[in-house]
Design a protein around this ligand. Sequence first.
Ligand SMILES: [Zn+2]
Length: 273
Amino acid sequence: MRSLLLHTLAWALLVSAETQFPAHKIAGNLFYVGSVEYAAYLVATPQGHILINSSFEESVPLIEQSVAKLGFRFKDVKILLTSHAHADHIAGCAAVKQSTGAKVMIMRGDEDIVASGGQGDFQYEDSRFKPCAVDRVLEDGDTVTLGGATLTAVLTAGHTRGCTTWTMTATEDGKKLLAVIIGSPNVNPGYKLVGNDKYRAIAGDFQKTFHKLKSLRADLFLGAHGQYYGLEEKYPRLGGGPNPFVDPAGYQAYVSAKEKEFLGKLEAQKQGQ
Ligand SMILES: [Zn+2]
């Protein structure tokens, strides 16, 4: 009982700590509609919009406000995608689907967690949220298109089985910029990279993920949390010179640092530390 109470308290603190972040254009038809803590992106098209990440159920009204501030209608969201099936990115999927009728598209490996409301997570067995029907299960390299926009789903597994890095081309001042929204390169506290009976391929999946991430020639460096790419530091520089989100060197440095972190944790676990 006590642990349940503590768990509920921790959850309430987590949710109440969420802070609205100014909605803004990143480049072309790609916009930021997330909070300080949880990133969400809108790809706006004449035929409706694509939303990446619902965040928590409690976050959905914040996202809706951000979409409205940009002059778009939340009800015009036709497709809902996600970075990966952890509650802070998908617990609000059911709420988004209910209010917009959006089609929910999830990478294979994460689809059952979204559809069951959290069951089957290899690490967070107690995670529960409103189940959300999945309309399309994506495979590595699949594309999602709407109103002239095309997004590519790159499987970057390890953090979750279906962790997805989204890429798209945003056109700004006639220049085509490759946007890369990193799904997550993180080995969370408690993740077993060695001898993980619930996710045997975890270490190999992380290795493949770093290989793929390094091979992407990102112009716009983005991710499932603004913290990955320095959102709070970059945002104030928007509009006063070069686009701060165009940061190919920052992207490569981040991926390399995360790979190093992964390899360090893998080595430590192999040594039994
Ligand atoms: Zn996560």
